[in-house]
Design a protein around this ligand. Structure first.
Ligand code: G3H
Ligand code: 13P
Ligand code: NA
Ligand code: ZN
Length: 319
């Protein structure tokens, strides 16, 4: 059944687990996410980005998620709009049936320029008023995502969520979940070496939870950049530079401090790219023309990865 983010995260908080929120762009991803959830009895969050809308179209994305809801009626599913740049885009998602939206007011509508606190409060509060009237949940963000590696100390204040600001933001907006900046960034190139507490500041979550004990925190840029998939991609013709993500163990630490939604896109991209490169490179597949076999290799790889995240974050067994 389609559920709101708030319903799911309140339940997750009661039971001290987090739910991976997977970005989707195509049917194979949706099926991998759902098959894994079905296998380990986990609730699901699927989210569409602007890039996914450009690739698949909002109508296809929405109906892929609705197909999942119909096929797996026993699994709670949140349909979430990731990083909406404006209240208008949120209104569109609400109107078309999404059960949750992220108003990303940490940046201006260009999604590049850091926004003022006042702007962020204003647009986020507008969205909350609209969304709550329709039973839809809202995720807001305070602080800008970005790597702390090689940043002058002065920039740390922008790249780490400030606890005082977070408290004010929650008070003025009445959001359901808060995305925090703790040194993670989107994409595969987060850290040039395995991250320490200097650049991946999990301790900030502890401080935030002390100040906001009832808030649900969201970790963006939470792909772990699996080294085994990196190797597979490079073994079969890829040229991906050495890079590191957010270790699963660090996310599990964050879950102790109120992290309830964990955004993952890159890891599914890596698993599918690696699986496809490996599959087509096999001599016994050289004459294969049934592209479904290729997609299936990707789907199986993504399913394994999804199940590992459901189990690690504790959502398994809670559908
Ligand atoms: O928000 C970040 C996600 O990884 C979305 O990326 O816009 O390329 O789909 P995308
Ligand atoms: P990754 O690039 O680490 O997978 O993060 C995805 C994300 O935060 C989407 O909002
Ligand atoms: Na989001
Ligand atoms: Zn994000």
């Amino acid at each position: 059944a389609l559920v709101s983010l708030r319903q799911l995260l309140d339940y997750a908080a009661e039971h001290s687990f987090a739910v991976p929120a997977f970005n989707i762009s195509n049917m194979e991803q949706v099926q991998a996410i759902m098959r894994a959830a079905d296998a380990c009895d986990s609730p699901v969050i699927m989210q569409g980005s602007a890039g996914a809308n450009r690739y698949a179209g909002e109508v296809f994305l929405r109906h892929l998620i609705l197909a999942a809801v119909e096929q797996y009626p026993h699994i709670p599913v949140v349909m979430h709009r990731d990083h909406a740049p404006s209240p208008d885009i949120c209104a569109q998602a609400i109107q078309s049936g999404f059960s949750s939206v992220m108003m990303d007011g940490s940046l201006l509508e260009d999604m590049k320029t850091p926004a003022s606190f006042a702007y962020n409060v204003e647009v986020t509060r507008t969205v909350v008023n609209m969304a709550h009237a329709c039973g839809v949940s809202v995720e807001g963000e305070i602080g800008c995502l970005g790597s702390l590696e090689n940043q002058p100390d002065a920039d740390h204040s922008r790249l780490l969520t400030d606890p005082d600001e977070a408290v004010e933001f929650v008070k003025h907006t009445n959001i359901d979940a808060l995305a925090v900046a703790i040194g993670t960034s989107h994409g595969a190139y987060k850290f040039s070496k395995p991250p320490t507490g200097e650049v991946l500041v999990i301790s900030r979550l502890q401080t935030l939870q002390q100040r906001l004990p009832d808030m649900h925190f969201v970790m963006h840029g939470s792909s772990s950049v699996p080294q085994d998939w990196l190797q597979v991609i490079n073994e079969y013709g890829g040229e991906i530079p050495q890079t590191y993500g957010v270790p699963v163990a660090e996310i599990v630490e964050g879950i102790k401090y109120g992290v309830r939604k964990v955004n993952i896109d890159t890891d599914l991209r890596m698993a599918s790219t690696g699986a496809i490169r490996r599959f087509v490179a096999q001599p016994e597949h050289a004459a294969e023309l049934d592209a479904r076999k290729i997609y299936q290799a990707a789907r199986d790889a993504m399913q394994t990865l999804c199940q590992a995240r459901y189990e690690a974050f504790g959502s398994a067994g809670h559908a």
